[in-house]
Design a binder for this molecule. Structure first.
Ligand SMILES: NC(=O)C1=CN([C@@H]2O[C@H](COP(=O)(O)OP(=O)(O)OC[C@H]3O[C@@H](n4cnc5c(N)ncnc54)[C@H](OP(=O)(O)O)[C@@H]3O)[C@@H](O)[C@H]2O)[C@@H](O)CC1
Ligand SMILES: Nc1ncnc2c1ncn2[C@@H]1O[C@H](COP(=O)(O)OP(=O)(O)O)[C@@H](O)[C@H]1O
Ligand SMILES: [K+]
Length: 513
């Protein structure tokens, strides 16, 4: 799925109207219907709260007015408060006229804003994708008043004051929504940690926007999602995959799935090697050899009998690079440590490897402290930094948008695939395209989750059937999906990295086309 800019979103509206021969008012009505359906779902059965709709002067306010009418017709108790303005959009005026007289309407007086009654649900229909500058004056005062009320807030399309695709000044006010319902496609702003407190939970409502326009739209931003069932274009229904694992051939032979080499572990961090090895095995690798410090030999052989083991001559860390001839992919980093001897191993690996590489954890820290090594990265090498590791490879980002630019630039410059880990993990490809992941949960924020991802990436890079980028997007999607499956029994607090390993099999089964 693509993510479009605010300007493209406006063009998408126009294209939809032309393609489907509908007016903008009809499109607005679809948006309002989707919003009212959200209200039925939330409040249709329990106690029905009073709903206060704050409406701005543009089409976002128009959505609010149309929603007020639909909710009133469905017997919700609604009130409308308008932001004072000199001019209003045509569709706003249309929906203002259609608003039943029974709905109380007031114009907000920024100098005299009355307290919001406890229990009221507020709809933020002040500004959406048409925000053209940071909020000041009356609009800023209203947003501040709303935020101080700590009421539950449903934002229409975007929390007001938030730009869809670029940062706003740090001190400019933005509505802190509990939930945001957006139309057609998610907006870039919703995926960034710096906006989490504004956006709250978010959902995307399908309002039938032009798929032809979306298909031809040029954007570097994409989402990787779980398969969707499609009933519209196929009968019988079938699953549509963004990325998938090919089904195994009846006469499959282990060579197809590759022989992977994992260099991992140091004294006190053998768990990282065990977790990554487990994930690689569950990821379907044909054969796995794990190079570990001498002291890790018994641990690895006992916990992962399916893997072969190469013990280093040094007991505590890895000092030698094995002969690379037998392997189709090499992973290095989990629990590696940063000893000078391990740095030499990494350097030699980068100089000599002719097969796909996956670099993680201490391998990235070593790269960060010896940046001349970056010149040695073979094309399509996969790097898996979290935000801190990425800063050590590049520079400290000013904000999340700047970090995304640094990420795309880094991937292009070094012709590699960078997996920037976090909620909505971002995969940047060497051509500057960027794919946000949609699976995973906060239970993964505990030690070892990253090691599991490295093992899974290694398995899918060793798989001879997969191209580099699809393999990486699939590994990231499956890793998060494994966590989402696991959390159903463990809960978020109880989720440990070993649970992810145990659920890789079912996760990949769900992603097999
Ligand atoms: N996408 C879709 O598919 C669909 C979109 N729809 C809906 O339309 C929304 C977009 O509507 P929109 O273009 O009218 O813009 P909107 O956000 O209402 O704001 C524009 C108004 O605000 C004003 N203004 C701007 N900045 C300001 C500021 N800082 N301080 C003060 N004023 C400011 C600006 O005035 P101006 O900049 O001209 O001074 C103008 O009057 C979209 O988010 C969605 O809800 C659905 O109905 C149908 C399907
Ligand atoms: N809040 C979150 N939501 C979704 N995924 C998360 C969240 N926090 C962490 N993760 C995922 O968990 C993994 C953590 O990896 P990393 O930061 O290397 O930690 P470690 O190696 O210590 O486990 C990454 O894949 C990351 O995307
Ligand atoms: K809004």
């Amino acid at each position: 799925m693509k993510i479009l800019s605010a300007a493209q979103t406006r063009d998408l509206d126009q294209a939809t109207m032309q393609e489907q021969g509908i007016t903008s008012v009809e499109l607005m009505e679809r948006a309002a219907q989707a919003l009212s359906a959200w209200f039925y779902e939330q409040y249709g059965y329990g106690e029905i709260p009073e709903i206060l709709l704050l409406c701005g002067p543009g089409n976002n306010g128009g959505d609010g007015l149309a929603l007020a009418r639909l909710l009133q017709e469905a017997n919700f108790r609604v009130r409308v408060a308008l932001l004072p303005a000199d001019k209003h959009s045509t569709d706003w005026q249309h929906n203002r006229q259609r608003l039943p007289r029974a709905v109380p309407v007031a114009v907000l007086d920024p100098a005299n804003l009355l307290p919001i009654t406890k229990g009221t649900v507020v709809v933020d229909a002040l500004f959406g994708t048409g925000l053209s500058r940071p909020l000041t004056g009356a609009a800023a005062a209203v947003v501040q008043w709303l935020n101080e009320a700590h009421a539950p807030v449903l934002a229409i399309d975007l929390p007001s004051g938030l730009f869809a695709d670029q940062p706003q000044p740090a001190d400019s006010p933005v509505v802190r929504a509990t939930h945001t319902v957006t139309f057609g496609l998610p907006k870039l702003a919703m995926l960034l940690p710096q906006n989490a407190a504004f956006v709250g939970e978010w959902t995307v409502e399908d309002i039938g926007l032009s798929t032809a326009f979306i298909e031809q739209a040029d954007t570097p931003w994409h989402l990787t999602r779980l398969p969707q069932e499609t009933t519209i274009i196929t009968n019988p229904p079938r699953l549509l995959y963004d990325v998938s694992l090919p089904r195994r051939d009846k006469f499959a032979y282990k060579n197809t799935f590759g022989h992977a080499l994992l260099l991992a572990g140091s004294q006190g961090k053998m768990g990282a090697a065990v977790l990554a090895a487990g994930a690689c095995l569950r990821g379907g690798v044909g054969l796995l050899t794990v190079a570990v410090p001498g002291g890790g030999y018994d641990i690895l052989q006992t916990t992962r009998p399916e893997a072969m083991c190469l013990p280093d001559k040094h007991a505590d860390y890895i000092t030698e690079l094995p002969d690379l001839a037998p392997y189709q992919a090499v992973g290095i980093g989990p629990g590696l440590g940063q000893d000078a001897a391990s740095l030499a191993v990494l350097r030699q690996l980068l100089r000599t490897a002719k097969v796909p590489l996956v670099l993680d954890a201490d391998a990235l820290n070593l790269l960060g402290s010896h940046r001349t090594l970056l010149k040695l990265l073979p094309p399509d090498t996969v790097l898996t930094p979290h935000v801190g590791e990425f800063a050590r490879l590049t520079e400290k980002a000013r904000d999340d948008y700047h970090r995304l630019e640094l990420l795309r630039t880094f991937a292009r410059e070094h012709r590699c695939i960078v997996v920037l880990k976090g909620a909505y993990t971002a995969v940047a490809d060497r051509d500057g395209q960027l794919y946000f992941n949609t699976t995973g949960n906060p239970g993964m924020a505990s030690g070892g989750s990253g090691d599991v991802l490295t093992g899974l990436l290694l398995a899918l890079r060793a798989d001879q059937r997969l191209a580099p980028l699809p393999a990486v997007r699939l590994a990231v999607l499956a890793h998060g999906h494994a966590a989402d499956l696991a959390v159903q029994t463990t809960g978020e607090a109880g989720l440990v990295a070993g649970d992810l390993v145990a659920h890789i099999g079912p996760a990949l089964r769900d992603l097999t086309a």
